[in-house]
Design a protein around this ligand. Structure first.
Ligand code: FES
Length: 186
């Protein structure tokens, strides 16, 4: 006594045999061709259609990715950090530094008064491997003791040693006698 599945399989095999006899399928064609009777031209059409659909999908995904990346880059170029009072303007003399934390309590930062009285603020993290940097007014430089990295104090640009990127800048403003950090340039 055969099961329904066995009966269905036997019927399909018989149908396939009849079709082969009628010359509709080559002997080498697999049984599934009977259930999904695509000619090779049809197969090619389906493949082309699938491929076109795949290309359109990939293009759309790429476009969405590009827009997302641009939006992310825009966000990244925006300043980050809440305004924060650093120190009274008259408490930092020319050719000196004041250490503070910004934008969070865990981010060491450096406020510098240049010899000409201009103020600059940078992240204190060296852009090589993250050691803390110090202002050395006697050498007119910001210095990283770890691998002797050197940065230009008025721009934060890397000028010697292993660092290749400038120090991260912090926007500052003097308002009512107080120096404020206004955001980190990313
Ligand atoms: S960590 Fe500053 S020079 Fe290497």
């Amino acid at each position: 006594m055969s099961t329904p599945e066995e009966r269905r399989a036997a019927e399909a095999a018989n149908r396939a045999k009849e079709r082969r006899r009628e010359g509709l399928y080559a002997e080498s064609e697999p049984f599934w061709k009977e259930e999904f009777p695509l000619t090779s031209a049809g197969e090619e059409y389906v493949q082309r259609r699938e491929f076109t659909r795949y290309l359109l999908g990939a293009s759309a995904a790429f476009a969405v990715g590009a827009v997302g990346a641009a939006a992310w880059a825009n966000l990244q170029s925006a300043n980050e950090g809440e305004p924060q009072a650093i120190i009274a303007d008259d408490r930092i003399a020319p050719s000196s530094e004041y250490l503070f934390n910004y934008p969070t309590d865990k981010d060491p930062a450096l406020l510098i008064r240049l010899p000409d009285g201009e103020l600059r603020a940078f992240s204190q993290k060296c852009t090589h491997l993250g050691c803390v940097v110090y202002y050395q007014p006697e050498h007119e430089r910001i210095f990283c003791p770890c691998h002797h990295g050197v940065f230009e104090p008025s721009t934060g640009d890397a000028t010697a040693g292993p660092p290749e990127r400038p120090l991260q800048k912090i926007d500052i403003e003097v308002r009512d006698g107080m120096i404020w950090a206004k955001g980190v340039q990313i």
